[in-house]
Design a binder for this molecule. Structure first.
Ligand code: MG
Length: 399
């Protein structure tokens, strides 16, 4: 949309990145790597690329504040990084305060304030300008997308009604409002009050402030689950880099039962001896992941001494490894695991092991392959004295 005058520097943006409880791939959603950069970096870059945007304030959570504040990728137009609250409206109000502080002359009442989700990295310059222009004209505006699919109201798992969708839209961000109108709304409903608003438009609506709707952008998707990341990667045309790691482990059988192997428990089979539960398959897998991410090995992370609780389930070790790998900017992309054991027979357990591993690593099930060999009567595995495992893992993410 092109307006009457230049739109340069028309708006200040509050970027909400405080959704600390929402975690994907074991790390804070804002820090999830896309093509080697955190998602929030892409979002801020997209906003900074718009000439409409003058200042930006990032609202972080207590958990990610330090990391975001010190980030080397922070655009210069970000004047402050502040801590938000448990509710979105408290976070946005913190951003409004920070903008006021950084405005030496005080925020002018007609200043355009945009609020944008940190999890929408594909926001376009055209959409930003369209919303800012509409705020100039109407006082408040949001982008809305028509509802493409038929909408049903459901009760007790049964369709109760087909809803007329002709006048429905789904609300995107950035949402915009003049600073003075927002201040008026805050006087009526203080952000720390009992009412909860799912977005800024809902607050304005409650104050009978008209909110104009401009056409949204179908590409401006909000990342809420791992599958969205792959769509964003494809749309940003970034090639996630991949690394490969290998892991091997073997344990002899010890006294007692049951057998912990491949992330499951097999009753009626002898236990492997070890400082942990002896799950050689998960140990090989953990080593492969650590190797791929360049993070050493399992023995260094969890030494077989008093620093690691005796008998600890290897599922816990693998979960800890998953989080380390994620914190280093990588996510598991594929797993191939071979277990060598003459006893017990493993063929009927392989699917359950794959399920367990995929769930522990939060991976697509089809990216996890588990197979078994009898050991061909060779070596200690073939003689039934122990079990060994060999794993290859690829990780994707950072460059
Ligand atoms: Mg081991």
């Amino acid at each position: 949309m092109s307006g009457p005058g230049p739109a340069d520097g028309l708006a200040d943006v509050i970027v909400v990145a405080a959704g600390s409880s929402r975690r994907m791939d074991g790390i804070d959603k804002m820090q999830v790597p896309i093509g080697g950069k955190p998602m929030l970096a892409w979002t801020l870059e997209a906003l900074a690329a718009s000439p409409v945007v003058e200042r930006m304030v990032v609202v972080a959570s207590a958990g990610n504040l330090a990391e975001i504040s010190g980030a080397p990728w922070m655009p210069k137009r970000v004047t402050r990084v502040v801590v938000g609250g448990a509710r979105r409206q408290v976070s946005v109000a913190a951003g409004v305060n920070a903008l006021r502080d950084s405005h030496v002359e005080g925020a002018a009442a007609d200043r355009v304030i945009l609020v944008h989700d940190g999890a929408r990295p594909l926001v376009s310059a055209a959409l930003i300008e369209s919303v800012a222009r509409a705020v100039e004209l109407y006082g408040a505006a949001i982008p809305g997308l028509p509802v493409a699919e038929t909408v049903k109201r459901v009760a007790d798992e049964t369709v109760a009604e087909t809803v007329d969708r002709s006048d429905l839209v789904t609300a995107q961000t950035p949402q915009g409002v003049r600073a003075g109108l927002l201040a008026r709304a805050y006087e009526r409903y203080p952000p720390d009050g009992p009412e909860t608003w799912t977005d800024e438009a809902a607050l304005l609506e409650a104050c009978r402030i008209a909110v104009h709707v401009v056409p949204g952008d179908p590409s401006n998707l909000k990342v809420t689950q791992p599958a969205d990341l792959r769509r964003v990667e494809a749309m940003l045309a970034v090639q996630p880099s991949t690394r490969v790691g290998i892991g091997h482990d073997s344990h002899p059988f010890g006294p007692g039962e049951p057998l912990a192997l491949g992330g499951i428990v097999i009753d009626g089979a002898p236990r492997l001896s070890g400082h942990s539960d002896g799950d050689a398959a998960l140990h090989a897998l953990a080593d492969a992941l650590l190797g791929a991410a360049g993070l050493g090995d399992l023995g260094r992370l969890f030494p077989a001494d008093s620093r690691t609780p005796r008998g600890i389930p290897s599922t816990e070790l693998l979960t800890a490894v998953r989080d380390r790998v994620a914190a280093a900017g990588w996510r598991p992309a594929s797993i191939d695991l071979t277990i060598v054991a003459a006893r017990p027979r493993l063929d009927r357990h392989l699917d359950a092991m794959g399920d367990s591993i995929a769930s522990l690593l939060r991976m697509d099930r089809e990216a996890v392959n588990v197979k078994a060999s009898s050991g061909n009567l060779d070596g200690s595995e073939g003689a039934g004295r122990g079990i060994s495992a060999l794993a290859v893992a690829t990780v994707a993410g950072a460059s």
